[in-house]
Design a protein around this ligand. Structure first.
Ligand SMILES: [Cu+2]
Length: 187
């Protein structure tokens, strides 16, 4: 299994706090950038919290997805979550909505013919984008992953943050407990 690469927390947190950075930016190079603060569904437009105790309104999220020559790099930064806590996170099929289920299932490069997919042959961090993280003592985390494929016609629409670390065993693979929050990303 591929390791998630923990990275040093740095400038992205500063970017979160800059209002001018609050843009949804699919650039000419195909890089997708989401910078947003979580809000409750009645107020949210890009980043939704469905559990304000575990993702406080006002907590911040940055997602950067970069297409490379034969792969895709995704970077998730969070700021203001519960300190020293592990969360699951994945790219899901659709944009976020008022309901946690609005984001749909996980984006899979090779789609499991059996849905919901809990088969490790499909529900794994090479075929899906997994971004599990553990916050530091100030509630921050940065995590990155590289998957060996690029998006084609089917694209992911969001990153969903879950209550638990992502399971890998047959029958449970890809599951990570309740959906706590969601950030819309134009992958
Ligand atoms: Cu998920």
């Amino acid at each position: 299994m591929k390791r998630l690469v923990p990275l040093v927390i740095g400038g992205l947190c500063a970017a979160v706090l800059t209002p001018a950075a609050a843009a949804d930016t699919p650039s000419a190079t195909g890089v997708a950038v989401t910078v947003a603060r979580f809000a409750t569904p009645d107020a949210a437009t890009k980043a939704y919290t469905y559990d304000p105790a575990l993702i406080a309104p006002g907590a911040a999220v940055v997602v950067v997805a970069t297409p490379l020559r034969r792969s895709t790099k995704a970077l998730l930064t969070v700021y203001g979550l519960v300190p020293n806590r592990t969360y699951g996170a994945h790219a899901h099929q659709r944009p976020c909505g008022a309901l946690p289920t609005d984001a749909g299932a996980h984006h899979q490069h090779v789609v499991d013919p059996v849905q919901p997919s809990v088969d490790p042959a499909y529900a794994n961090p090479d075929n899906e984008i997994w971004l599990d993280f553990t916050t530091d003592d100030r509630g921050r985390a940065v995590v990155g992953t590289v998957v060996p494929w690029r998006f084609a016609d089917r694209r992911a629409g969001s990153v969903v943050i879950h209550a638990e670390r992502t399971a890998t065993e047959p029958g449970k693979a890809g599951t990570a407990g309740p959906r706590l929050g969601c950030a819309t990303v134009r992958f």
